[in-house]
Design a binder for this molecule. Structure first.
Ligand SMILES: [Zn+2]
Length: 306
């Protein structure tokens, strides 16, 4: 047995409980660590208690920890190094509550920057991690019974084989790794989105550069009763039901300026329950934008969504 995490009533006599525990088996001696203002570390997780009573989590590192991992100049294969970075990002996504995730991602970036990892590889590792973490079906669809191991896999091969067969390549020096990637058409994951209320005509309008990630944050805010969340407030004030699974991107774009502008325009012209309304556009600009038949058509369609 190693660490034990225990929640006890605030009027418990901790030292009495500890001495009782230590009398059970003479060879096992427990020590006690109490919650402080910082929180309570448990294994590699720092558990913090919010004012609403719900716990939040972040990565815990001992003060003596010095972030020394495989250096980029070490002879390990690139695949291994990639795996290490993906692993760190994945752990951050699994452990950190949304409010601490960005800081932890920045910290991981700094660590691998110091170890001379190329920025592109770290970016790639993060997007691989997110893709896996935020997609619910990625891990389930793999059938280990129909595996074909080949030295080199090509898309052509996948086409002629039965779709249930999973091809695994055992050689990382495949043809693809010697070719230059000219496909820059990465999928747009950002835009302006709408989360409808199930019980009234109103909706929440937001913008994000990563839709799945943002929905995860909204879901978390609803679950933990975040008083700053418009969704949570609407649910509590009106006693209405809101599901993030009903949300959808109503306009896709990777441009942050466009997203903010459209978000403001839509909020100004539809029934929304956003607490902090994006007031990027004034009434005059709004009027000018409404002259555009394309935009009024867009709004009309939006108001017809049920
Ligand atoms: Zn409602």
């Amino acid at each position: 047995m190693d660490d034990v995490f225990a929640v006890l009533p605030s009027d418990s006599h901790l030292n009495n409980i500890l001495s009782q525990l230590n009398q059970c088996v003479p060879s096992i001696k427990f020590t006690l660590e109490k919650e402080t203002d910082v929180g309570l570390p448990f294994l590699d997780v720092l558990v913090k208690r919010g004012s609403n009573g719900f716990p939040s989590f972040k990565i815990y590192k001992k003060a003596t920890h010095n972030d020394s991992y495989v250096h980029w100049f070490s002879p390990h294969p690139k695949k291994i190094k990639m795996g290490i970075v993906v692993g760190f990002f994945t752990r951050a996504h699994r452990i950190c509550s949304p409010q601490y995730l960005d800081d932890e991602i920045c910290r991981i970036r700094d660590v691998f920057k110091r170890l001379a990892y190329p920025k592109l590889l770290v970016d790639d590792a993060l997007s691989r991690c997110r893709k896996r973490f935020y997609s619910s079906d990625a891990a389930v669809s793999f059938n280990f019974n129909n595996v074909l191991v080949v030295p080199i896999a090509t898309q052509k091969m996948e086409k002629i084989l039965h779709p249930d067969i999973n091809i695994i390549t055992n050689n990382c020096n495949n043809i693809g790794s010697f070719l230059k990637n000219t496909n820059h058409n990465t999928v747009t994951s950002g835009g302006v989105y709408r989360i409808p209320c199930m019980d009234c005509e109103s909706a929440y309008i937001g913008e994000t550069n990563d839709f799945k990630r943002r929905m995860y944050q909204h879901e978390y805010a609803l679950r933990t009763g975040d008083i700053n969340s418009s969704l949570y407030n609407h649910r509590v004030e009106m006693n209405h039901r809101i599901r993030t699974s009903d949300a959808g991107l109503i306009m896709k774009t990777d441009s942050a300026e466009k997203r903010l502008l459209y978000e403001a325009f839509i909020i100004n012209n539809v029934d929304s329950f956003n607490i902090n309304k994006n007031n990027l556009i004034d009434r005059f600009t709004n009027k000018v934008l409404l002259q555009s038949s394309k935009l009024t058509y867009f709004l009309k369609n939006l108001n017809n969504i049920t």
